[in-house]
Write a protein of this length. Structure first.
Ligand SMILES: C[S@@+](CC[C@H](N)C(=O)[O-])C[C@H]1O[C@@H](n2cnc3c(N)ncnc32)[C@H](O)[C@@H]1O
Length: 220
């Protein structure tokens, strides 16, 4: 029998403890995945004036790219539950002087926004993708037809699978729910249309996209 899934409270507490320790060095570990971040953001096809949500924005590494894509007239929302990570994102926003980037310290499961968003970026947000309550909450904040881009870590397929214990422990260093890495998108993918994904990093990563369902745009 598969193990009982961990509760959101347990996963969140583990994550908070990890990012309390990791926040100061986090940015220095993100260089190798920078091209994936750029590709994920490009796949959102953001337009000037749009509203975008940076899910679990961490230290805010994606904020300059998102802000550049939506411009002065758009809005960028970012949230994270880790005070240490979000403090770094806030410093980035203050240093840039952006008036249209709004950061919120909260769990994904409890996020509230004053408006619906046109696009959501899930960049290395494994714990959130594994939480049905978090996925529900975030998709409820999107307008019908909103773009969704997801990048993250997953298990190697095929002949590289013997390396997967290493993938597990690598993911464990950053997440409270370290397993479920065969298809980490399988809770959100059925909720989206135009779903597609492709492997990255020899199969140890993935880049995916889709759209929030828009009943008014469906063929009848
Ligand atoms: C690997 S970091 C990714 C940060 C950022 N998206 C990036 O690409 O650099 C994962 C982030 O998810 C946040 N996080 C994990 N679970 C969360 C939850 N339930 N609600 C809000 N933030 C969460 C952590 O605090 C951490 O900052």
């Amino acid at each position: 029998m598969p193990p009982e899934p961990l509760s959101d409270d347990v996963v969140r507490a583990r994550s908070l403890a990890r990012y309390c320790r990791r926040a100061a060095s986090y940015d220095s570990t993100c260089g190798p995945t920078w091209p994936i971040r750029e590709r994920a953001i490009a796949s959102l096809q953001l337009q000037p004036g749009q509203v975008v949500l940076d899910v679990a924005c961490g230290t805010g590494l994606s904020l300059p790219l998102l802000r550049a894509a939506v411009g002065e007239a758009g809005r960028v929302y970012g949230f994270d539950q880790s005070p240490q990570m979000l403090a770094r994102a806030t410093a980035r926003v203050d240093a840039a002087g952006w008036q249209n980037v709004c950061l919120i310290e909260t769990a994904a499961q409890a996020l509230k926004l004053p408006e619906a968003v046109d696009a959501l970026l899930f960049h290395y947000t494994h714990d959130i993708l594994r939480s049905p309550a978090a996925v529900d909450r975030l998709l409820a904040l999107a307008r019908p037809g909103a773009m969704v881009a997801i990048a993250g870590i997953k298990y190697f397929p095929g002949w590289l699978a013997p390396l997967n214990p290493w993938v597990y422990f690598k993911n464990r260093a950053y997440n409270g729910s370290p397993g479920e890495l065969a298809s980490p998108w399988d809770r959100i993918a059925p909720r989206l249309t135009q779903w597609q994904w492709a492997p990255t990093q020899f199969g140890m990563g993935y880049l995916a996209s889709g759209r929030v369902d828009d009943p008014s745009g469906r063929e009848r």
